[in-house]
Design a protein around this ligand. Structure first.
Ligand SMILES: NC(=O)c1ccc[n+]([C@@H]2O[C@H](COP(=O)([O-])OP(=O)(O)OC[C@H]3O[C@@H](n4cnc5c(N)ncnc54)[C@H](OP(=O)(O)O)[C@@H]3O)[C@@H](O)[C@H]2O)c1
Length: 290
């Protein structure tokens, strides 16, 4: 099997490449091969590499900036993706695409995990752009896999966000400043290694359609920070705040926990808890080459 990965140098892409290599030949692609804002290089790249599967890890990920950069967010996350999905369908290439828990949020009283068949309702430009992208992938071909995930962190850090939440917390401790973290957004932080492994397993099993793939359990970002510091044996000045105090430009869902029952039914078990995944991440970051 020939598996091309667009966004191969990103946080999730870098953990996916070595795992997908167990399924066949991996072809890492970058923005220089396919820039989703300029769809012109999609067909030549597909023709050149002739992949059986294209895994799209590329995205416009700046959640706050998207509120004022609506056109770029839409180009990368929806319009460019639509052309990619259509061209993959033409050459019989299965498209595996990543989406987000931020396609939810309109239901302000929701308190149970969202299933794949729940109706999305984004509350931000980023969330809408990703929702439109999901629909584009779904409508281009039956031979697709859309994976919604949440709160990613991995040792390679998000290029778009310049690191990840765990590293930000540890850096802030190092700076010795009081740390304020929102306690009114509940989701499931997820380790890219676990999401990459589950994605590889789904591709290996020929899964199609929509899957939620996150670690197990849920927490607020404040609770996640507490656990990072507990496991790192640090005792910073940490205070819970509400989103309005933090004042981010884009709205985030108060509750965007994703049910992974469908994933567990296919793989035989859910992914490990977010606490165990965090422990694995903290161990892995010690080994990471600088
Ligand atoms: N990070 C999260 O917390 C999170 C949560 C839920 C879902 N997701 C989804 O998971 C996927 C992977 O996220 P990630 O955290 O691994 O992102 P990331 O580290 O920011 O990587 C994104 C990749 O997209 C590429 N890219 C950006 N604009 C592009 C364009 N116009 N054309 C082609 N490539 C472009 C980047 O390439 P350059 O290096 O050249 O910029 C980068 O390699 C995305 O679909 C994201 O929406 C992420």
């Amino acid at each position: 099997m020939r598996i091309a990965i667009l966004g191969a140098a990103g946080q999730l892409g870098r953990d996916l490449c070595p795992r997908l290599a167990s399924l066949g030949e991996v072809i890492p692609l970058s923005r220089a091969d396919i820039d989703l804002r300029l769809a012109e290089n999609i067909v030549p790249t597909l023709t050149k590499h002739q992949p059986d599967v294209l895994v799209n890890c590329a995205a416009y990920n700046f959640v706050d900036k998207a509120e004022t950069e609506r056109d770029t967010a839409s180009l990368v996350n929806a319009f460019g993706l639509q052309i990619l999905a259509q061209e993959c369908a033409v050459v019989d290439c299965k498209l595996v695409h990543f989406s987000t828990d931020y396609v939810f949020g309109q239901n302000a009283t929701r308190a149970t995990p969202y299933r794949e068949d729940d109706s999305p309702g984004p509350i931000s430009v980023y969330g809408w752009s990703k929702r439109f992208g999901e629909r584009d992938v779904e409508s281009a071909s039956r031979e697709h896999l859309v994976i919604r995930t949440c709160g990613l962190y991995g040792v390679w850090g998000s290029g778009g966000k310049g690191g990840n939440f765990v590293e930000t917390m540890l850096r802030l401790v190092g700076e010795g400043k009081p740390i304020r973290v929102v306690h009114d957004q509940r989701c499931t932080p997820s380790y890219t290694v676990d999401v990459a492994s589950a994605t590889t397993e789904l591709i290996a099993r020929g899964a199609t359609g929509l899957f939620h793939v996150t670690n197990s359990g849920d927490c607020t970002w404040y609770e996640f920070a507490q656990e990072i510091f507990r496991q790192s044996e640090l005792k910073p000045d940490l205070t819970p705040i509400i989103s309005a105090e933090y004042g981010a430009v884009a709205k985030r869902p108060a509750y965007s926990v994703l049910s992974t029952a469908k994933l567990a039914s296919v793989l035989g078990s859910p992914l490990r808890s977010w606490q165990d995944a965090l422990a694995a991440y903290l161990a892995e970051r010690q080994q990471k080459p600088t």
